[in-house]
Design a protein around this ligand. Sequence first.
Ligand SMILES: [Zn+2]
Length: 274
Amino acid sequence: MAADPLTAAIDAGTPLVVLSPHLDDAVLSCGGLMSHAAGRTKVRVVTFFTEAGAPPYTLSGRRYLRQVGQPDAELLYRDRRAEDREVLERLGVDWRHLGLSDCLFRRKPGASGGRAGCLRRVLPESWYVYPTYRLHISTGRISRHDSDTLSRVRASLEQLAAPPHTVLLAPSGVGGHVDHVLVRTAAELSGRTVVYYSDFPYNQQHRLDLDFVERNALVEVEWSRQLAPKVELVRGYRSQADALFPGGVIPVVPEVYLLADGDRVSHGPAGGAR
Ligand SMILES: [Zn+2]
């Protein structure tokens, strides 16, 4: 049986670039495919939101820090970057950390002094682009205070995905986490040929955004190889594994990729990149 176009492109040695919102998403969602690709072609993971910020934090920020057992967000993100390097180097793939702040720690631009500064000390939420997880971060709506972040993600994508004949993987934003939606939006606006991945483990509880699937004419391809080694890679994200998988059981489920309805999965000088 002929391989699907994604597998065929990788087996033919087409380089793979995986866009990862956070320091674990690429492996969580694409670890099986990346394990297969690592020995066959050049693989690079580009992670966008790799930094935290200084206190005071929002209630949602403090709750997350309590959940992972590290009250100092800067130290947590230092550990997370180290974990990511360790996992990806073990896998034999290239990595880049782009240094944008995670949305839990992203503040509105502007001064911190005066009356606004007083309010921000009493109510840190007033200082943040996304004041709460439930009502802001998980809705998938990009805040009007976050247009600069979208511009930075788009500019990074233009530079990093420039080499022709690359398979570009981006999140499909299942679950509506706004950092995932930002990267998906930048990928969609790039005009390039993009293969989207279904965001694990969000996809265990949430469905794909059907408007997004329809407007890009995407079809699903399941990937079921290399899932056991992937579980070991996921365990390498020690600071996150307990919070992501309470009870310690990491579900072994196929990865899901969304391809444009057609044969081409890599962009090239023939017209894919604009
Ligand atoms: Zn994420």
